[in-house]
Design a binder for this molecule. Structure first.
Ligand SMILES: Nc1ncnc2c1ncn2[C@@H]1O[C@H](COP(=O)(O)OP(=O)(O)OP(=O)(O)O)[C@@H](O)[C@H]1O
Length: 624
């Protein structure tokens, strides 16, 4: 066969340009990436060989071999893993296949990209070779096949594929080192890089002797990290293992390493990242936790291992009880896995509870990264919803930092019976909502729920600590039971409400068909009017959110317009009407203007902008 030339996918070409020109000082990570890929390739073959043992019969000892050739200026990384077919090389080494990653690269600007911790998140992986090499060849033979192919590229726009010879299965990568990367042709340097970044790799990483009479040297400990005693594992080794399993660059916030013994037996080494992975909100909500059985990697796509609301966890679980030849189908509804899953959930929630009380700042940072995901558990995991609710933190009118519901309850006023909240998607807008004015004036705290997921769990969880959740944009505000510091005197209120009855009647006529009712408000102090939902209707913001997600198919409920009985505008209008009943045209204009204004405050469109502006002009003219 003759050599065939292929163009890189546009995003790969862009990525390669960024990688080759990266100012990143830790170029040595290329070796970690390549050794890590080799180790993954061996893991995958070990798994495949459980059902097809002849795949590895001729060469059963998995290993990665490094070879330095100073004269040729090459560093070679070989493995006897699963290998790649011609098509797999084209796909894996010419495109970015992982979902979400491609778009991420497309939108990446070069300045941000110089920071490898940004590009590292989506796995620059194999392509990091071009940080140190100006030419890379990959020769691979798939296990079970007798043909091999060589992929070759200088990283500029295209690569070639040709047929090749390779003695056995596996992959060999030859890096032709750049002038400024000569240090990686020095055995000392290679040894130290492997020690630092790949000591946790569970198979031997061997450096071939450079001299005829020298001896090959195994550079790493070569046993699965989680099988070693905790006391023998340094923080750095944990972090490196985390980088390997999570394809991440940050330092884990929490590392959980333990062995569970009893009816079922398993080891776990779990991490909670410090930074939010870029694909956390992918619609699949899939977990990346790796499942091993007796040290053999089985899969990193096991939905049964951990619920989606803990999908930010990284790491491994190694079971002693599952059979080695467990198939993906057997993992579904498996009682052993169910027990492991429940154990993992308890362990993680327990650790989060500990941190929430001991490390408030760390916990709040965790919460801002992963809180919106963890909250999914409040409605998905009935068994643990109370625990998760206690772990949840929320913005509120009384605090600049998010608070717990226990904090909220401890600050409830005498006579206050509910936990009040307002939901929406813009925290700043929520803070300024007219519906919370009266609560603020009475010193009653209101939770500001600005995550879309809040509306979901609220539909399942009606109370906390025996007290109901109540939306401030729905139903009556029942603020009367709570006294503020300087409560207005009662007679005054009665006087004013008497004066408003004509105005309210006039407003009702003017807004017929547009609102369900017009009534006096106890929740307003500064704004003249606001809209609220009737007791039996859907909360305003919930309805809005469902509409935005095309999940609302009922007829929109009409709102109640509440008017502020102490607002100057309302009082003046009422006075005018009481003095001269011919002023009802003015009151009608005012009603329509105020309704439009209330819609604007809610961030909703107004039904007739032309009529609105004409009315506004009339009103302003009459005021001049
Ligand atoms: N030594 C190897 N043997 C077999 N397949 C390999 C080898 N190296 C790379 N691959 C294949 O190429 C793909 C792309 O590798 P690359 O390092 O770019 O990304 P990755 O390993 O999937 O993710 P990450 O970069 O985050 O580690 C791998 O998923 C794997 O399928």
């Amino acid at each position: 066969m003759t050599e065939k030339t292929h163009e890189f996918q546009a995003e790969v070409a862009k990525l390669l340009h960024i990688v080759a020109h990266s100012l990143y000082s830790q170029k040595e990570i290329f070796l970690r990436e390549l050794v890590s890929n080799s180790s993954d390739a061996c893991d995958r073959l070990r798994y495949a060989a459980l059902t097809a043992p002849d795949l590895i019969e001729d060469d059963p000892d998995f290993k990665v071999v490094l070879e330095i050739d100073k004269e040729a200026r090459t560093l070679t990384i070989s493995d006897n893993g699963i290998g790649m077919t011609e098509q797999e090389m084209i796909d894996n080494l010419g495109t970015i296949a992982r979902s979400g990653t491609s778009n991420f690269v497309k939108d990446l600007n070069e300045d941000a990209a110089k920071d490898v911790s940004v590009i590292g998140q989506f796995g620059v992986g194999f392509y990091s070779s071009f940080m140190v090499a100006d030419k890379v060849t990959v020769t691979s033979r798939k296990a079970g096949s007798d043909t091999a192919h060589t992929w070759s590229s200088d990283g500029h726009g295209s690569f070639t594929i040709d047929t090749a010879e390779r003695a056995g299965r596996g992959t060999t990568i030859v890096l032709h080192m750049k002038e400024d990367a000569a240090e990686y042709l020095d055995p000392h340097r290679v040894r130290s890089v492997v020690k630092t970044y790949a000591d946790h790799i569970a198979l031997p990483v061997i450096l071939k002797a450079t001299e005829e009479d020298g001896e090959d040297e195994t550079l790493n400990t070569a046993s699965a990290l989680w099988t070693r005693p905790k006391s023998e594992i340094s923080d750095e080794q944990y972090t490196e293992f985390y980088h390997h399993v999570a394809h991440a660059f940050d330092t884990p916030w929490i590392t959980l390493h333990s062995k569970v013994e009893g009816v079922i037996e398993y080891s776990l080494l779990l991490f909670i990242p410090e930074q939010r992975p870029f694909d956390l909100f992918n619609p699949e909500r899939s977990s990346k936790l790796q499942l091993y059985v007796k040290r053999v990697f089985i899969t990193d796509e096991c939905e049964e291992l951990i619920p989606p609301y803990l999908r930010f966890l990284r790491g491994i679980v190694d079971s002693e009880d599952l059979p080695l030849n467990v198939s993906r189908e057997m993992l579904q509804n498996n009682p052993v896995l169910r027990k492991i899953r429940s154990g993992l959930v308890k362990k993680v929630l327990g650790e989060l509870e500990k941190r929430a009380s001991k490390d408030t700042d760390g916990y709040l940072a965790f919460w801002s990264n992963f809180g919106a995901v963890l909250k999914e558990g409040i409605y998905e995991d009935m068994e643990n919803s109370d625990r998760i609710l206690k772990l949840a933190r929320f913005h509120s009118t009384a605090s600049d930092t998010p608070i717990s519901l226990a904090d909220y309850v401890s600050r409830m006023k005498d006579g206050q019976e509910a936990l009040y909240y307002i939901s929406g998607d813009d925290l700043n807008a929520l803070r300024k909502s007219p519906q919370i004015e009266g609560f603020k004036a009475k010193g009653i705290e209101v939770l500001l729920l600005d995550d879309a997921v809040d509306n979901f769990w609220l539909s399942r969880q009606s109370e906390f600590d025996g007290k109901p959740f109540k939306s401030v944009t729905r139903g009556s505000a029942d603020l009367d039971k709570v006294k503020s510091a300087e409560e207005d005197d009662k007679e005054d209120t009665q006087e004013e409400s008497r004066n408003l009855s004509t105005l309210i009647a006039c407003f009702k006529t003017a807004l017929e068909g547009q609102v369900k009712d017009v009534r006096e408000s106890v929740r307003l102090t500064d704004s003249p009017v606001c809209l609220v939902a009737d007791d039996g209707d859907m909360d305003i913001h919930l309805e809005k959110m469902l509409k935005a997600h095309n999940q609302f198919d009922g007829a929109a409920s009409q709102r109640i317009m509440e008017i502020n009985p102490k607002h100057e505008l309302i009082l003046k209008l009422a006075e005018k009407l009481d003095q001269d009943s011919n002023q009802s045209d003015v009151a009608e204009d005012a009603a329509l203007l105020l309704l439009d204004q209330a819609h604007i405050v809610e961030g909703d469109p107004i039904s007739d902008p032309v009529a609105f502006s004409q009315r506004m002009a009339r009103f302003m003219t009459s005021g001049l």
